[in-house]
Structure formats: C-alpha cells, structure tokens
Design a protein around this ligand. Structure first.
Ligand SMILES: Cc1ncc(COP(=O)(O)O)c(C=O)c1O
Length: 332
C-alpha cells in the first residue's frame, strides 16, 4: 500500500523502516549468523523474518505450531526451533522437507508426544529460574536418554532466562544470567549435543554461555525494553486518530484491543499523558492543543501481544507508507 499515514485506517500498527533496519543491523553486528536464532513471536511476520535472514540469520525460534508452519511455507524453514512444549506434533511432522523441525521437550509425556508424531529432533528444555516450562537440571540427562531411546535426535538444551531479561539493573541481569546459565550448562554436560539455546533482547550481550541467543523484541522494541539502555530504537508504534477533545482531556481511537497491556499502559509521543485505556479508546491529557482528526502515536508497553492484535504492519518513512506486511503468523 502506498500513500501516507493519513490514508491508513486507525488504529494502525506502523513500523519506522529506518529504525527497524538499524536494529537488525545492530544485532547482526553483535550476534552474527547462527549466534542469533531470532524469535519470531515478537513480530509474527514472515516479511520481517526475511529481513532477519537478509541480515545473516538462517535459523529461527518459534513459540507456536502456526509460526512454524508459516515460516516453513515462506521458505524460512532451514532450521526452526519450537521453543515450547507440544502435545500433538502431527502438524509439525507434516511439514516434511519444508522445514527442519526441532521441538522443546521437558517430560516423558512431551517426549512421547514428539516420538509418536514423527518428529525427529528435540532439545531438552531446562528450567533455569523462570517458573514456566522446563525440567529440573538434574533430570535433563535422564530425559535425553529417554528421548534417544525413543529414536529422537537430541540436539542439546534450551533454557530461557525470562525472569532476568527485563531487570532494569544491568548488574543484576549479568549476575542472574550467569546463575541461570550455570544451571543450563550443568544440564548440557549430561545431555550433550551442539545447541545451548537461551537468551533474549535484555541479555543479548550478557549471555555469553549460550551458543545461540533467541532474542526477538529487539527488532521492534517496546517501552519495557526501552528503559534498559539497549542499543535498539523504538521501531513500532500504534497510530490512532483523535476522535474527541474536551477542556480536560482528549480521546484517541485505539484501546485495549490494539495494545498488549500486561506491561501496563502504552506511552504517547508528543508529551501527551495516557489517562485511561478502555476497549476502543485511550483517554489522554494533551500536552498542548490537539484537535479532532489529529494523528497521535503510541509506544506499546509490550511488543509481542500488541503485534498479535493487528492484521498488518505498515512500514513508514516519515509520513510516507512505503510497504505493508501481513502479520501472517497469528493464531495457533
Ligand atoms: C523461549 C523464549 N526465548 C526467547 C525469548 C526472548 O524474547 P525477547 O527478545 O522478547 O527478550 C522469549 C520471550 O518471551 C521466549 O519466550
């Protein structure tokens, strides 16, 4: 779609093309090639993943079966890691030659499910401190043996230090990443294999223990990561139109259905202060004069769930819309 931002239906997800390109280049410089396994959960967009491929990364991390399928169909299936447990891998096995599929397993049940589905390769998912999936480091070797006995190739371990990536204090991030990775390396010693997969945007330059880093948010960024002093710029915004102005406040036509809110309210550019976010509206206190019809830009507090609300993202250069990419990896 050509034209300008004034032609877009609001709310609209817009991406500053230059900031995106800089973020991709900055990361590719820090973690070239296979040192980064970009996580596509943050952008859910194969067109953006192709830019990451152009930046030199050929292996990708996914969170859902749908992401795996979409990446394979887009010709991006050279080495896909589903960094998540699945109980039915039949859709993954059905990808056949379209993709090299590796799945995270952390229990006899998930190993059995992988083997029964015809999946060939797994990593042992280890809990390194975040209360989510992942086995105890002490169980990793036993699970690897079980997986091998079921005919699965065990490529190594993964252990996402999700309890660390967002900590504001860099010293704490460094210490806790080291603690987490000691657990992962202990598990790896029992498991074997080439892969030690971990890390995120907040630890991309701290986690030197993993063989590959699974960062995803770095491409688009959000207010939470924006506070950490990382070398990545805010690239994604939600564009909305002012639909009401009163003496005390103004209202824009984007609301809870346009923003992931688990990290709190979005921020606004131009010094406006977000007051209330409701289903279809943001009520805000303007920093100066605004009028009905003005466009305003919001910075999402959490990029992943925000992007998942939108069907497409528009690449912009200033006010010009230079491309429109489907957010084509949504759903399950
Ligand atoms: C398994 C896994 N790896 C890596 C990441 C890194 O993502 P981010 O770039 O947002 O830190 C996430 C994010 O939630 C994740 O769930």
């Amino acid at each position: 779609m050509a034209g300008t931002v004034h032609d877009l239906t609001t709310p609209a997800l817009i991406v500053d093309a230059e900031a995106l390109q800089r973020n991709l280049a900055e990361m590719a410089r820090a973690l070239p090639g296979a040192r980064l396994r970009p996580h596509v959960k943050a952008h859910k967009c194969t067109a953006l993943a192709k830019r990451q491929l152009e930046a030199g990364h050929r292996s990708f991390t996914c969170a859902t079966v749908r992401e795996m399928e979409g990446m394979a169909a887009a010709g991006l299936g050279e080495d896909l890691l589903l960094a998540n447990e699945v109980l039915d891998g039949s859709r993954l096995a059905a990808l056949g030659d379209l993709a090299r599929v590796t799945v995270a397993v952390d229990s006899p049940e998930t190993i059995e499910a992988a083997a029964a589905s015809g999946i060939r390769e797994v990593v042992i998912d280890v809990n390194v401190g975040m209360p989510r999936c992942g086995c105890s480091p002490d169980d990793a070797g036993r699970l690897a043996d079980l997986a091998r006995s079921r005919g699965l190739e065990v490529r190594g371990v993964m252990g996402y230090e999700g309890h660390v990536v967002g900590l504001p204090d860099r010293g704490a991030r460094e210490q806790m990443t080291e603690d987490a990775m000691k657990l992962l390396l202990r598990a790896h010693a029992d498991v074997g294999g080439d892969l030690v997969s971990a890390g995120g945007t907040g630890t991309f330059d701290i986690n030197t223990w993993a063989t590959e880093i699974q960062a995803g948010s770095y491409a688009l960024m959000d207010t939470a990561y924006g506070e950490l002093g990382l070398p990545f710029r805010q690239a994604v915004f939600v564009l909305a139109a002012v639909i009401h102005v009163s003496p005390t406040h103004a209202v824009a036509n984007a609301g809870l259905k346009a923003f992931g809110m688990d990290h709190g309210n979005p921020a606004m550019e131009g010094g406006h202060q977000v007051f209330i976010v409701s289903d279809e509206h943001v009520t805000f206190v303007p920093s100066g004069s605004v009028k009905v019809g003005d466009l305003v830009r919001f910075v999402p507090a959490h990029v992943d769930p925000t992007v998942a609300y939108h069907e497409r993202m528009h690449l912009v250069d200033g006010e010009d819309v230079i491309d429109t990419w489907p957010v084509d990896l949504r759903g399950w």
